[in-house]
Ligand binder design. Structure first.
Ligand code: KIV
Ligand code: ZN
Length: 398
């Protein structure tokens, strides 16, 4: 089975988004977590952006030995010099060069012709390749680039020495079918360069970043750039955890593997939230608080009989401590009985009936029934009930 390389850009594209700046110590804590997660490449920063970014990149490059460390640079001399400086202490460095290739960016942002852009790309890749063992080139706004020019750029980049060529959907505009088609065309028109790994980098402006990344894999892409919790510019990047779980759960469809350690997905998500103080929405796939929570009675009943009825992956597999049967107004008696038993109370049918009635009147006012509410209710029910004839409460621990 083919392996898809995971390029984690939480510390670069992710850190670039508002509210996600990290200091040196936080950057290193997260970098170690990314290594534990099993990412193949860790993008540490964009050293030309600020002295702090350069320093953080150098610190990560010096400390992290467990995976390849990348630093970003535009195809501009000063950027490349800064990135190479940041990568100096790295055991396995990768220089990540980029330049926009769409006519829109060339005309309004770079004020350059296609020929000028092409020459800059080739020149800076050659320069970088002479100084760094591995060079990646990204054609910024690739998904809106004229396909003939894009193929010309990809061939030029490969000839100049880039062995990873990334074609980003920079503004999250593409659809899965279009994005896959772009990669198929580029691969078909790439000369004899079996060494070149094509890479996808998707933004989530239309909520399609993960879908586009998966479509790219189906089209033969073997590196995906993504971030923990899907953080990144604007609406963010493809969410690493969603991508990995999709590849795992639907391995029968995608037929690829990664080096990611699934049990570390939730701890990594939590660490990022802890460091930045920004949580994930409760309904977020895989790592959201409700991702493994069940409230509806029919669902809870199914889960108690066999978790596969309503879960496509067990929570422990992705490092979530346990599924949650949320007790609320949609819950059924079986869920109440199970939770009470977990809390050490084996209930008779009449105790359960009374507990359920009292809990429902609380839940009807829109409140969740927490464990302490349930304990309070069962104690009230038992205080009201006539004392049993024989000694013993009939439950395990109370
Ligand atoms: O979104 C993008 O195009 C990027 C590149 C710099 C890789 O982040
Ligand atoms: Zn990006």
């Amino acid at each position: 089975m083919d392996t898809v390389q995971i390029f984690d850009t939480t510390l670069r594209d992710g850190e670039q988004s508002p509210g996600f700046s990290m200091n040196r110590e936080e950057t290193l804590r997260l970098a170690y977590q990314i290594v534990e997660l099993g990412a193949d490449v860790l993008e540490a920063g964009f050293p030309i952006a600020s002295p702090g970014d350069l320093e953080a990149t150098r610190a990560v490059a010096a400390e992290i030995k467990g995976c390849r460390v990348a630093a970003l640079a535009r195809a501009v001399q000063a950027d490349v010099d800064a990135a190479l400086k940041g990568l100096e202490p790295a055991a396995k460095p990768r220089l990540h060069l980029f330049l926009a290739t769409s006519d829109l960016h060339l005309k309004y942002k770079l004020r350059a012709t296609r020929e000028e852009a092409f020459d800059r790309i080739v020149k800076m890749i050659r320069f970088g390749k002479a100084r760094c063992e591995e060079v990646e080139f990204s054609a910024e706004d690739a998904s809106r680039t004229d396909i003939d020019f894009l193929c010309q750029v990809v061939n030029g980049a490969a000839e100049a020495g880039a062995t990873i060529i990334n074609l980003p959907d920079t503004v999250g505009y593409s659809t899965p079918a279009e994005y896959a088609e772009m990669f198929r065309t580029v691969r078909a028109r790439l000369g004899n360069h079996p060494e070149v790994v094509l890479s996808a980098h998707c933004h989530d402006d239309l909520g399609l970043a993960v879908a586009n990344s998966l479509a790219a894999i189906e089209a033969g892409v073997r590196q995906i750039e993504c971030t923990i919790n899907g953080i990144g510019e604007r609406a963010g990047n493809a969410s690493l955890e969603e991508l990995i779980v999709a590849l795992h759960v639907r391995q029968n469809h995608y037929r690829v593997e990664t080096h990611i350690n699934l049990e570390k997905l939730y701890p990594a998500s939590r660490l990022l939230s802890q460091i930045t103080g920004i949580g994930v929405p409760p309904n977020k796939a895989v790592v959201g608080a409700n991702a493994f929570a069940h409230e509806a009675g029919i669902h809870q009943d199914g889960i108690l009989k066999n978790p596969l009825t309503y879960e496509i992956i067990v929570p422990e597999k992705v490092g979530v401590p346990a599924r949650k049967l949320v007790l609320g107004k949609h819950s059924g008696r079986n869920a109440f009985r199970a939770r009470l038993a977990e809390l050490g109370y084996d209930t008779t049918d009449s105790e359960l009936g009374e507990c359920y009635r009292m809990a429902m009147s609380r839940a009807d006012s829109g409140k969740e029934i927490r464990d302490r509410d349930l304990i309070d209710i069962i104690h009230r029910v038992r205080r009201q009930a006539p004392a049993p004839a024989a000694a013993g409460s009939g439950d395990a621990t109370h």
